[in-house]
Write a protein that binds this ligand. Structure first.
Ligand SMILES: Cc1cc2nc3c(=O)[nH]c(=O)nc-3n(C[C@H](O)[C@H](O)[C@H](O)COP(=O)(O)O)c2cc1C
Length: 175
């Protein structure tokens, strides 16, 4: 069980040249965390290692985004996206994440790598209302149907803009 943390409104920003790096096994349990990850998440190595990456899940994040993340990885793809994360003391930090499969010497996927960079402020301002709407849809629909409904909303939002989540995220990052 994750101990419950009360979220605060205090944001910590990644520095321009910082990279937060973690590795996980196939189930998303953390097998490596760099120092910047520990510092930003306000967590020790002991707290992070061998636990599910959802230890830093922020309650403002819609489940639909994580569904997309896992679907992308399980199809052998690479995920790019914006994630709001929870610090050990309840504060938060936004990241631009790139998650890729970690391929072993036998050619099989043995886990995943995630590298996060500082997200541009304009990108976060564009993402906040989108995620807030997805979260509101999930709350209305309940845990069973919520992620499907919020993903349907996201797909329609992206179709209206003639884009994909990956391209939206990369364009927001590069703008
Ligand atoms: C390599 C990798 C990195 C991840 N990084 C994060 C992260 O920074 N924040 C996060 O909330 N979830 C991250 N996840 C997703 C979590 O494993 C989990 O699916 C998510 O937090 C939702 O958890 P829940 O289903 O228990 O609500 C990552 C997964 C992988 C495989």
């Amino acid at each position: 069980m994750k101990p419950s943390i009360t979220p605060t409104n205090t944001e910590h920003k990644m520095a321009e040249n910082d990279f937060i790096v973690s590795k996980t096994d196939l189930k998303g349990r953390i097998t490596y965390a760099n120092r910047i990850f520990m510092r930003m998440a306000q967590r020790s190595e002991i707290e992070l290692l061998n636990v599910q990456h959802n230890i830093i899940r922020h309650p403002d994040m819609p489940r639909g985004v994580f569904r997309l993340l896992w679907d992308t990885l399980q199809q052998g793809g690479e995920f790019f996206g914006f994630v709001k994360n929870l610090c050990g003391n309840g504060d938060y930090y936004w990241v631009f994440a790139n998650i890729t499969p970690d391929i072993g010497s036998d050619g099989n996927v043995k886990g995943y790598y995630s590298v996060r960079r500082q997200p541009p402020e304009n990108a976060i301002q564009a993402i906040i209302p989108l995620y807030a709407e997805m979260l509101a849809i999930e709350k209305r629909a309940g845990p069973k149907e919520g992620p499907d409904k919020s993903i349907a909303y996201l797909q329609q939002f992206l179709a209206d803009k003639n884009t994909s989540y990956r391209d939206l995220a990369l364009n927001l990052y590069n703008d």
